[in-house]
Design a binder for this molecule. Structure first.
Ligand SMILES: [Fe+2]
Length: 304
């Protein structure tokens, strides 16, 4: 159609939707165009602001590498990742859930570890953490044979993919739940960490005068045919950033009870000083069993 007034642009774009054969694609595209045009009108986006926005979208791609996913990072910083997660879990967003966003640091192919084994693949100083988890079905029965991927940051707040000083796949492992639905491992207590700010996520945080910290947490990805796959994160209850997570991930259901033991006998003979224990139960829901595409595939290269 020939455009006569600014309002006609929206009508013209929506009029092109009728050729879209897939109904869900058509629904999403039409709704996206309506909201996008309404947003532009509401803020009266200027030409300079549009140019800036286009530049930021280009930079999102340019900052995404095999070892860093800037688009996932800004999705979290805008609350989109956890909104999508919470809408699609917990009885479609009506109840608390053990699900949480996958985050930008999941890698596929982490090494299989026997239950009770260690996640350390290179020397990683820090206080020991002994974790035991249980996977349960909606009737509170154990789920045996579930695959559980685990990954987390080091005690100085770095994932191995960001840190050339850590061994390949350090602080990552894959477990299979036992007949009682349990799995267990030994590791070191992770630290909270700053998310990278050298890309558009940093531009956003600085514009809003926000900090870039995440509270300490362990990541999980739990997968078994017959159940909806969930990613989860269990946050450290002593972390100062629980209320202001820069990725908006912390939910009440996922604040873990990390217990620090000072004088108690440790579960391993080599422990000197304080150590932590953590127990957590993950409830699965019926649904689609699928594995997400890993946001990253490699470690950073060592430099210097
Ligand atoms: Fe994380």
């Amino acid at each position: 159609m020939i455009i006569e007034r600014q309002e006609d642009v929206t009508t013209a774009v929506l009029a092109e939707m009728h050729r879209t054969p897939d109904p869900r694609t058509k629904e999403i595209l039409a709704c996206f165009v309506r909201h996008l045009h309404a947003f532009i009108r509401e803020v009266r986006l200027t030409e300079r602001e549009f140019q800036e926005a286009v530049g930021q979208v280009v930079a999102l791609g340019q900052h995404t590498t095999p070892s860093h996913h800037e688009v996932m990072l800004i999705s979290g910083a805008l609350g989109v990742s956890n909104l999508v997660c919470l809408l699609n879990n917990g009885a479609n967003g009506t109840r608390p859930t053990q699900a949480n966003n996958l985050g930008p640091f999941y890698r596929a192919g982490s090494p299989r570890v026997a239950n009770g084994g260690s996640l350390l693949r290179s020397p990683t100083p820090g206080e020991a953490l002994f974790f035991r988890g249980w996977v349960r079905d909606p009737d509170d029965r154990p789920v045996a044979g579930a695959e559980v991927d685990v990954w987390h940051s080091s005690p100085v707040g770095r994932y191995e993919n960001q840190d050339a000083t850590q061994a390949e796949m350090n602080l990552r492992g894959k477990f299979t739940t036992e007949a009682d639905g349990s799995f267990a491992f030994r590791t070191v207590k992770p630290a909270g960490y700053p998310v990278p700010t050298d890309g558009p996520t940093g531009v956003l945080l600085r514009a809003q005068r926000r900090h870039n910290m995440r509270p300490a947490h362990l990541h999980f990805l739990i997968h078994k045919p017959g159940f909806k796959t969930i990613a989860s994160q269990v946050y450290s209850n002593d972390d100062p950033y629980l209320e202001t997570d820069s990725q908006f991930g912390v939910t009440r259901a996922l604040i873990g009870d990390y217990v620090r033991h000072v004088d108690a006998p440790a579960p391993a003979a080599d422990i000197r000083g304080a150590w932590y224990s953590l127990e957590h139960t993950f409830a699965l829901e019926p649904g689609e069993s699928w594995l997400p595409k890993p946001p990253i595939t490699a470690k950073v290269e060592a430099t210097g």
